[in-house]
Design a protein around this ligand. Structure first.
Ligand code: NAI
Length: 293
């Protein structure tokens, strides 16, 4: 059960992995945080510190507890350092091949009892689990962005995930302060099965010249009471992540309605990946003031 867990490994130092590492540390776990890119770990450390400091300044966590949480996260470039983790939560790129390769490698490194969880947005847990010799201990643990703020975790059971592993991961998500929903292992699960076609449709609406990006977002914000419009949300999620999810829905469900919008494809081809790159549908680059002669 979650009460027996002490060490959590988090793989991926991007926007999701850093948020998950923060949650685990704040909940009192020792955390090993791995990424293959040293720059990502540096950015993750900065992002965890500044996020925890924001919680401290709002009085939502004490200064001492915040400092302790920051100190509980150990960053490493060596996957092997995660071998004694009780649970590993993977949050690397949304590619089935890359995830399977990682899970196969992890399976050989970690202790027999370790649970391997994936934060995948849409990829089959059953297929990821098939890359290991422990499919009963592989599960989907899908956090929302940003993990420290968003209240939901979608738990996805693969074909062989055991009841015990499901109960442990549910209790762990609750220890992180999250509400849990359960989804069967179908492309996109619950949230992205519904959200991504809406985002893709917003791209089509822009692509076919129905309205400007600002009006599309304002219409959906004020017209359907959403905190942000679908194009701004796509920028927050990452346009590459959105495109990969649409491809999984299209391949997995075989319906042309899930075909990614050409404009979304073009933005990704151009490197306009959203907020994380400073430009997506919108530009987030700070204007450099003109130098006066
Ligand atoms: P990101 O692009 O911000 O970060 C991915 C990180 O993984 C990078 O730092 C990269 O260096 C690292 N990485 C890639 N391959 C690796 C490997 N083999 N070993 C170690 N590190 C590796 O991506 P983001 O947005 O954090 O997404 C990660 C996962 O979370 C994806 O599966 C995505 O679908 C899922 N997700 C994303 C959400 C979002 O809003 N962006 C929401 C919920 C889930």
């Amino acid at each position: 059960m979650a009460t027996d867990l002490k060490v959590i490994g988090v793989i991926g130092g991007g926007q999701m992995g850093s948020g998950i590492a923060q949650l685990a540390a704040v909940a009192g776990f020792d955390v090993w945080h791995h990424d293959s890119d040293p720059g990502a770990l540096t950015r993750a450390t900065q992002s965890i510190s500044s996020s925890i400091n924001r919680f401290i300044s709002k009085g939502q966590i004490s200064q001492g507890a915040g400092r302790d949480a920051i100190n509980r996260v150990r960053c490493t470039l060596k996957l092997d350092d995660l071998r004694d983790s009780d649970v590993i939560i993977e949050a690397i790129v949304e590619s089935e091949d890359v995830k399977k390769k990682l899970f196969s490698e992890l399976d050989k490194i970690v202790k027999v009892s370790t649970i391997l969880a994936s934060n995948t947005s849409s990829i089959s847990i059953t297929r990821i689990a098939s890359a290991t010799r422990r499919p009963s201990q592989v599960i989907g643990m899908h956090f929302m962005n940003p993990p420290p703020i968003m209240k939901l975790v979608e738990i996805v059971r693969g074909a062989d995930t055991s009841d015990e592993v499901f109960a442990t991961i549910k209790a762990l998500a609750e220890k992180f302060g999250k509400t849990v929903v359960f989804s069967h292992d179908y492309p996109g699960f619950i949230v992205n099965r519904i959200l991504m076609p809406m985002i893709n449709e917003a791209f089509h609406t822009l692509y076919t010249g129905v309205a400007t990006k600002e009006d599309i977002d304002t219409a959906m914000k004020l017209g359907t009471n959403q905190p942000m419009g679908p194009l701004a949300l796509a920028d927050l999620i990452g346009l590459d992540v959105c495109l990969n999810i649409m491809k999984v829905l299209h391949q997995g469900l075989g319906d042309s309605k899930y075909n990614p919008c050409p404009l979304l494809v073009q933005y990704v081809d151009a490197g306009r990946l959203g907020k994380k790159r400073g430009i997506g549908v919108y530009s987030y680059k700070k204007e450099v003031p003109a130098v006066k002669p």
